[in-house]
Design a protein. Structure first.
Length: 251
């Protein structure tokens, strides 16, 4: 690995690390040399992941975090200690027609995907600015913040907001040497959705991707390591799409 992608000596916080992409990101950053702080609500899953990471020789700690709670975010950042990298990965979606979406479901999605990312980013950045230390924030957005599909209105809105928040924070915090960037994954196969992609409905979606294949978590590694490391030192406010060409497919 190029030294510019080497994260040795760095400490990275990954939110939403109890499943899916969060698990993969923890492994990716750890294998690049970072010490990893994994955070989520499901303590049992975090302990299992911590054991997996430590078995690979990766320094790892797990902390409880509910990004919908400002108090939980503050406590988690205090418990995490000094950080160099924050990956805002925590996110949820609720599938319902917009006419039938209750306010509580809207709030749950937006508070997790957008407000939660804001709270974590602000908390980390305040510390970095006070200590005059650089830092890198990588927000995990989605191609659904750029294009849209039906029945996930709050998810679409929250990810679009996260993209714009990324750019606003990048502009404000560049003076503190804090970089804020985003990755917009397309459809990525995870443990939660792998069965769907084998169905006729899943295959129809894959057929709309120009590369005619579903993404794998490792396809996000390049973007993540670029934005987290010195290799991306002159990048802030960038939004990297990793989707097999999906957002440039014809309407």
């Amino acid at each position: 690995m190029s030294k510019r992608f080497d994260l040795s000596g760095k400490v990275a916080l990954v939110t939403g690390a109890s499943s899916g992409l969060g698990v993969h990101f923890a492994h990716c950053l750890g294998e690049a040399g970072a010490s990893v702080v994994i955070a989520a609500r499901r303590a049992d899953r975090l302990k299992s992941l911590q054991a997996e990471l430590e078995a690979k020789g990766i320094a790892a700690r797990s902390i409880d975090l509910d990004v919908q709670s400002a108090d939980s975010v503050a406590a988690a950042l205090e418990a995490a200690g000094p950080l160099d990298i924050v990956v805002n990965n925590a996110g949820i979606s609720i599938v319902k027609p917009a006419l039938e979406m209750p306010e509580k479901d809207w709030d749950a999605v937006v508070d997790t995907n957008l407000r939660g990312a804001w709270l974590v980013a602000q908390g980390a950045a305040r510390r970095w600015a006070a200590e005059k230390r650089p830092g890198s924030i990588v927000n995990i957005a989605s191609i659904l913040g750029l294009r849209t599909i039906g029945q996930v209105a709050p998810y679409n809105a929250s990810k679009a907001g996260l993209i714009h928040l990324t750019q606003a924070l990048a502009m404000e915090w560049a003076r503190y040497k804090i970089r804020v960037n985003a990755i917009c994954p397309g459809y990525i196969e995870t443990e939660m959705n792998s069965a769907f992609w084998k169905t006729p409905g899943g295959q129809k979606l894959i057929d709309r991707i120009p590369q005619r294949r579903i993404g794998q978590p490792e396809h996000l590694d390049g973007a993540l390591l670029l934005l987290a490391s010195e290799a991306g030192d002159f990048m802030t406010g960038s939004v990297i799409t990793v989707d097999g060409g999906h957002v440039v497919s014809s309407l």
